[in-house]
Ligand binder design. Structure first.
Ligand SMILES: NC(=O)c1ccc[n+]([C@@H]2O[C@H](COP(=O)([O-])OP(=O)(O)OC[C@H]3O[C@@H](n4cnc5c(N)ncnc54)[C@H](O)[C@@H]3O)[C@@H](O)[C@H]2O)c1
Length: 344
C-alpha cells in the first residue's frame, strides 16, 4: 500500500493541548502544518517538539480575523478547526467572549473552507448532549440542555451552532465536513488553569495540596488519552466515509471524580487529602453552574468505520498527568526561546 501524498494542513488552535499533539502527528506522517493560534489558552511551548521542523509554520492570529483565515485556508489542502474558547472556568467567567469566539470564529473558518473548497474537520464536544447522561450517548442522542442563563449551556449552544453551520455547508454547498464530538480528553500539555480536572488534581497531588473535588464526587466521566484522540482524528481525516458525518470520540472507561482523585493520590504516593467543594463556591459568579451526573461516549460508529480503539487506560492518563505536573520525573523541557512567529 502506498503512503498518502503529503498535504498541507491548517490547524486552528494548533498551539493548544489537542492541536499541538495533532500537529506533531501530522508532521510525523510527512505533512506540512500551518498553525493559527492567538495563544489565549495555548502556548508556543506546546509546539516545542514540532518547532524545529521546517514543515511547521506558526501564525499568531485569531480565527476572528476573516482576511487572515481566508489567506491561510487558501494556502492549505485541509483544515482542522480546533480553536475555541474552552474549559468550564473560562466559559463560566467570560461567557460573552467565549460565545463570540466559538460561533463567529467557526463561521469564519467554515466560510473560508467553502470559498476555497477545502475539506474541514470540526472539533465539537460532548457538551452538546447537555444533561443527557442516561448511558453511553450515541451521535443520534437527544440534546438536553439547561437554561440559556446558565453559562455552561452557552458553550454547548455555540458548539451546536458550529455543527449546524458546518453540516449546512455540507448539505447545501457540498463542503466536505467531518465533525468529531470530543469527550473528556487528558494528557501531557493540558493546562491545569482552565478547569481540566485530571491535570488540576495531578498538580495538587504533586504540590502536596488537598485535592479539590467539586460537588460530592459521584459525577461520572470517561477520560481519553490525547494520543488516542489524535489517532481518531487522523483516521477520520483519512477516511472518505467520514465526510458529512458526526462521530463521538472518547474513552469508554468510566470513573467517578471522587475515585479519580483517589487514584491520583494513590499513583502519586501523595499524602494529600480530598477536599469536597460545593459548586457554588467553585464557580462563584458562574450564574448557577450545573454539573452532569454522567457522561459516557458511544464510539461504535467511529470504531466500525475506522477500526479505532483507545490504547490507553485511566492509570496511563493519571501517570502522564503526574509526569507533566512534575511529579518527580520531569518531562522534556521546552526551549527557553522560540524564533519569531512565521507568517505564511
Ligand atoms: N480537551 C477536551 O477535553 C475537549 C473536549 C471536548 C471538545 N474539545 C474541543 O477541542 C478543541 C481543542 O481544545 P483543547 O482542549 O486543545 O483546548 P486548548 O485551550 O488547549 O486549545 C484551544 C486553542 O485555541 C486557541 N484559540 C482560542 N481562541 C482563538 C482564536 N480566537 N483564534 C485563534 N486561536 C484561538 C487557544 O489559544 C488554544 O491554543 C476545542 O475546539 C474544544 O472545544 C476539547
Amino acid at each position: 500500500m502506498t503512503a498518502p501524498a503529503p498535504l498541507t494542513y491548517l490547524v486552528t488552535g494548533g498551539a493548544g493541548f489537542i492541536g499541538s499533539h495533532l500537529a506533531d502527528a501530522l508532521l510525523a506522517h510527512g505533512h506540512t502544518v500551518v498553525v493559527l493560534d492567538d495563544l489565549s489558552t495555548g502556548d508556543r511551548a506546546n509546539l516545542a517538539t514540532a518547532w524545529p521542523d521546517p514543515r511547521l509554520r506558526f501564525v499568531r492570529g485569531s480565527v476572528l480575523d476573516a482576511r487572515l483565515v481566508d489567506e491561510l485556508v487558501g494556502r492549505c489542502d485541509r483544515v482542522v478547526h480546533l480553536a475555541a474558547a474552552v474549559g468550564v472556568r473560562l466559559v463560566v467567567e467570560q461567557p460573552l467572549k467565549s460565545f463570540t469566539t466559538n460561533v463567529r470564529g467557526t463561521e469564519t473558518v467554515v466560510e473560508a473552507a467553502h470559498r476555497h473548497g477545502r475539506p474541514l474537520l470540526l472539533a465539537s464536544t460532548s457538551e452538546i448532549y447537555g444533561k443527557n447522561g442516561a448511558g453511553p450517548v450515541a451521535e443520534t442522542a437527544d440534546r438536553v440542555l439547561g437554561q440559556s442563563t446558565v453559562a455552561r449551556w452557552s458553550y454547548a449552544t455555540a458548539k451546536a451552532a458550529d455543527e449546524v453551520l458546518a453540516l449546512g455547508y455540507h448539505r447545501e454547498h457540498g463542503l466536505p465536513v467531518t465533525i468529531a464530538r470530543l469527550f473528556d480528553t487528558a494528557g501531557p500539555r493540558q493546562s491545569p488553569a482552565y478547569g481540566t480536572v485530571v491535570m488540576r488534581l495531578a498538580a495538587q497531588a504533586v504540590a502536596g495540596q488537598p485535592l479539590t473535588v467539586y460537588g460530592d464526587g459521584t459525577q461520572r466521566r470517561c477520560f481519553a488519552h490525547v494520543t488516542d484522540v489524535v489517532d481518531a482524528l487522523l483516521r477520520l481525516l483519512d477516511h472518505p466515509g467520514a465526510v458529512g458525518e458526526v462521530f463521538d470520540v472518547g474513552s469508554g472507561e468510566e470513573t467517578s471524580i471522587g475515585d479519580l482523585a483517589g487514584l491520583v493520590v494513590e499513583r502519586a504516593g501523595s499524602p494529600s487529602p480530598l477536599r469536597f467543594i460545593p459548586y457554588e463556591e467553585a464557580h462563584a459568579g458562574g450564574h448557577g453552574f450545573e454539573d452532569l451526573a454522567r457522561r459516557v461516549p458511544d464510539t461504535r460508529k467511529l470504531r466500525e468505520l475506522t477500526g479505532w480503539e483507545a490504547g490507553h487506560r485511566l492509570t496511563d492518563i493519571v501517570d502522564a498527568a503526574l509526569l507533566d505536573a512534575g511529579g518527580g520525573f520531569p518531562g522534556p523541557a521546552a526551549p527557553a526561546s522560540f524564533p519569531a512567529p512565521v507568517r505564511v
